[in-house]
Ligand binder design. Structure first.
Ligand code: HEC
Ligand code: HEC
Length: 470
């Protein structure tokens, strides 16, 4: 599917010969970035942004208030993020969000009564299950993949590491019935509970105007998705520095790390920072050399066995989360295109200091290990890089100091509310970013509807998506 006018397409292309162009675009046309130019050079967008805002701010605010009143929704994106896209057929209401939050935490929706969404997506761990390398569902059954954060998942154009679901609504129906997650045979038991529990019956009547016997699983999915669309985190020290114009929000080391991120590390070509917002993802799929070593010798056999099973009607969600080898096929499970073997979606880097270990298989324990992996050109140890490796991944030649600076920068991506939550919870992973929850928020216009699904992308589109360097 071609998405020529979507917000996502405004990103400058990361072509090898045009790194300078991209850098200029990121830096607002100021030319080459040198670490010595520090805060002023790294902040050219903020002045322009505030000039643009002051002109339009009142119109924007009035519009926002009118639209919010009409749709009974208020969508305020924190500093550093665009408006939250809300699908027209699932508008936000406070009651629906509250219902979704209750559903998200209800352990009765699993075969053993042990597991809710929150078991693997816990608020104090920035909505992951850190420090587990791979998730554990009912009876401590292990899946194959590391739980990504649900925070800011509202912005993603596909869901799951391989993008096999198009939106939050469809995604939310899978964990209940995956044998290594909720373990239910089908959604029947959930329907039974929401149609008989008096609190749910009252809530679904209020939110959807439904009588008990007409509540459907799609209503459940809509409420959960609405709750997830409120899990939005920006306003990190990085945002206050880069978009908010506060020169003291980052330490000198973190500012040097930002420079490594943008220039020599080329992290920005996939974990995108735009002129006035940063999702830290391009919503595309790349093989960065993680996990592929476990299947490299058998790719042709595995791929054809997988296609056969898929054509015979095997449930892809179940197959990739229960079969470690199928899991490593990555994006191939969706595209059937061999060039996308071992490619996974670029994850956000927000709150990354709170969500160790890293990568789709949780195989890299620390941020230092991640940086080392990239510095090595996408493979650890001996031997040549895997044949499916993204052209955007190659040895970086970073000094030890640059690696440390980069890690320090990644720790500046923690939002204050999640730093505070982690701080209050003894066993949650810690981060040293200062919490400043009193920072004023930037209000933007509400989104115009859902981003288009790309889970059914044709192979040609997938080929274009797999490698930003082509
Ligand atoms: C047993 C642990 C577990 C449970 C329970 C669970 N999840 Fe997840 N979640 C995961 C894992 C692991 C993945 C990644 C799987 C993959 O990509 O194949 C994931 C992926 C996601 C994603 C995609 C995020 C992205 O970046 O693509 C969302 C959204 C999500 N889960 C929401 C939910 C909701 C809502 C529920 C409850 C209905 C839920 N999860 C229950 C472990 C869990
Ligand atoms: C070619 C695109 C690309 C480039 C360049 C890139 N990344 Fe990534 N990054 C990804 C993808 C894709 C993943 C997930 C890979 C996987 O799990 O197999 C990822 C994963 C990560 C993770 C783990 C996130 C998590 O939640 O587990 C971190 C941290 C990270 N990258 C940081 C960086 C840094 C720092 C740089 C620059 C040195 C960088 N990346 C360069 C695409 C890229």
């Amino acid at each position: 599917m071609k998405r020529s006018t979507s917000r996502w397409s405004s990103r400058p292309a990361a072509l090898p010969g045009r790194v300078g162009d991209q850098r200029r675009a990121v830096l607002g046309g100021r030319g080459t970035l040198r670490p010595s130019r520090t805060a002023a050079a790294l902040r050219p967008t903020s002045n322009r942004l505030s000039a643009r805002l002051s002109g339009r701010l009142w119109g924007l605010l009035v519009g926002l208030i009118l639209v919010a009143a009409a749709a009974r929704m208020v969508v305020a994106a924190p500093l550093g993020l665009p408006a939250v896209p809300i699908p027209p057929d699932n508008p936000q209401t406070p009651e629906k969000i509250a219902l979704g939050e209750k559903l998200f935490h209800d352990k009765r929706f699993s075969a053993t009564g042990e597991i809710s969404c929150a078991s693997c997506h816990a608020a104090e761990k920035a909505f992951t299950d850190s420090p587990k390398p791979v998730s554990e569902g009912i009876r401590a059954l292990k899946g194959t993949r590391n739980a990504p954060t649900v925070v800011n998942a509202a912005y993603l154009t596909t869901q799951f590491w391989d993008g096999r679901e198009p939106d939050l609504e469809s995604q939310s129906l899978q964990p209940f019935v995956n044998p290594v997650e909720g373990g239910l045979a089908d959604h029947g038991p959930i329907i039974e509970i929401v149609r008989t529990d008096p609190d749910y019956v009252a809530a679904f009547r209020q939110v959807f105007g439904k009588t008990a016997e007409t509540i459907t699983i799609d209503d459940v999915a809509k409420a959960i998705a609405s709750f997830e669309r409120t899990l939005i985190a920006g306003d990190s020290p990085f945002d206050r520095f880069y978009f908010g114009g506060d020169p003291d929000a980052l330490t000198p080391q973190q500012i040097r790390g930002l420079s490594v991120y943008l220039v020599q590390g080329r992290c920005n070509s996939c974990h995108v920072i735009e002129q006035d917002q940063a999702l830290f993802t391009d919503n595309k799929f790349h093989n960065v050399g993680v996990g592929i070593d476990r299947i490299e010798g058998d790719v042709p056999e595995l791929a054809s066995a997988f296609l056969k099973a898929k054509n015979a009607g095997v449930d892809v969600d179940v197959e990739v989360l229960t079969n470690p080898k199928s899991s490593e096929l990555g994006r191939f499970a969706v595209t059937d295109d061999i060039s996308t073997v071992g490619a996974f979606k670029t994850p956000t880097l927000r709150n990354i200091a709170l969500t160790a270990p890293y990568m789709h298989d949780g195989s890299l324990a620390t941020l230092e290990e991640v940086i080392e992996h990239y510095d090595n050109g996408g493979f650890t140890g001996e031997g040549p890089a895997n044949p499916y490796l993204s052209g955007g991944i190659r040895p970086l030649g970073l000094t030890e100091q640059q690696e440390e600076d980069l890690v320090a920068f990644l720790k500046a991506l923690t939002s204050p509310e999640y730093a505070a939550l982690a701080e209050q919870t003894p066993d949650a992973t810690r981060d040293d970013a200062p919490a400043r929850p009193d920072t004023p928020r930037q209000v933007r216009a509400p989104g115009q509807g859902a981003a288009p699904p790309v889970a059914s992308s044709i192979p040609a589109a997938a080929r274009a998506a797999i490698d930003p360097a082509q």
